[in-house]
Ligand binder design. Structure first.
Ligand SMILES: [Zn+2]
Ligand SMILES: [Zn+2]
Ligand SMILES: [Zn+2]
Length: 328
């Protein structure tokens, strides 16, 4: 879905000089003692505990630093932005940004050597019905077809790709290949839904949506123009931190109340649960069955149709990738 078909990896970088505050934060954290202080405070955190402060003496014991003066200096450097000293108890605790930073480190590196070699899972290819495989490397979970060329034959870096979802390494261990597939689809749905709702899942910043359509799409084969099987995609990007995803509007239709209601009338759940492989398989099938029609290329406009048993819901997406019309 989002990030599918390698589409998410070809962003045109427009990185400008880093803001002064960002440079300062990076400089502040480029020190092992300071990172160890953050981790040592985090180790003592108990969710919802009344007192989550760590006294200076315990922190000094825990962090490998020879000199109390140097240790105090590092504490002072972190104070304000990443840690705070409790006015009554005197101990140190993480601020919300400090806590978020430690969680990011744990999510990204908490499990060493998180890879999964291509492994069969019980998910037929929606395009050709052949068996599919999942694999994980460099933070991305790939679903690939063992027979056909996948959804972006002329585009993706990975051959035969059907899905390519960002997934934190910390989530890889302890899950079977089927569970990993379900969890990565659930993570991708969550990310796309949040971005579609105008909120960046990373920094809470505002999101700008843009619908893009292939100007001359050849829908039945490897389109020479866009290299994709489906000739429209939504580009959703945070204005603050550049977090982005490129979900297909067929996936975004899953979040519209009219489509949810249609499925509900037939007892079909469009929800993916991370521990339920069948839910991922079902939702994957629902999305692939959505019909997408390009109404206009300039300005870009598409309709997505969800149908069960002759009952249909048609959603029209405008150039901002927002739903502007619903027909039943
Ligand atoms: Zn296939
Ligand atoms: Zn095309
Ligand atoms: Zn953001």
């Amino acid at each position: 879905m989002s990030d599918t078909s390698g589409i998410g990896f070809d962003r045109e970088a427009d990185t400008g000089p880093a803001d002064e505050h960002i440079s300062e934060a990076f400089a502040l954290l480029g020190n092992e003692t300071r990172l160890n202080i953050l981790l040592a405070i985090w180790e003592k955190q108990v969710p919802l505990a009344e007192d989550n402060t760590v006294p200076f003496s315990r922190l000094f014991e825990r962090v490998n630093c020879d000199d109390r003066g140097t240790f105090s200096y590092h504490l002072d450097q972190l104070e304000g932005q990443f840690i705070t000293q409790h006015t009554e108890r005197g101990g140190y605790e993480l601020t919300i940004p400090g806590l978020k930073l430690v969680r990011t480190i744990i999510a990204g590196t908490g499990v060493s050597d998180a890879t999964l070699e291509p492994t069969d899972i019980d998910q037929p290819c929606p395009l050709c019905d052949a068996p599919t495989e999942i694999a994980y490397r460099e933070g991305v979970m790939f679903l690939t077809c063992t027979e056909c060329e996948g959804v972006a034959p002329g585009k993706a870096d990975i051959e035969s790709v059907l899905l390519g979802n960002y997934f934190e390494p910390a989530g890889v261990n302890g899950r079977s290949p089927e569970e990993l597939h379900a969890a990565s689809v659930a993570a991708s749905v969550r990310r796309a839904r949040t971005l579609f709702n105008g909120l960046c899942p990373t920094c809470s910043g505002p999101v700008v949506g843009r619908l893009e359509c292939c100007p001359n799409h050849e829908p039945t084969s490897d389109c020479a123009n866009c290299g994709r099987i489906i000739g429209a995609w939504a580009h959703l990007e945070c204005r603050i931190c550049k977090h982005y995803a490129v979900p297909n509007p067929k996936w975004l239709a899953l979040f519209h109340p009219a489509v949810v209601a249609l499925y509900d009338d037939y007892g079909v759940s469009p929800r993916v649960h991370a521990a339920d492989f069948q839910s991922a398989r079902r939702v994957f099938g629902l999305v692939y069955d959505h019909e997408l029609d390009i109404v206009s290329v300039n300005p870009p406009q598409v309709t997505v149709t969800a149908a069960i048993d002759g009952n249909e819901v048609h959603l029209t997406f405008d150039e901002t990738a927002s739903v502007v019309d619903v027909r039943r």
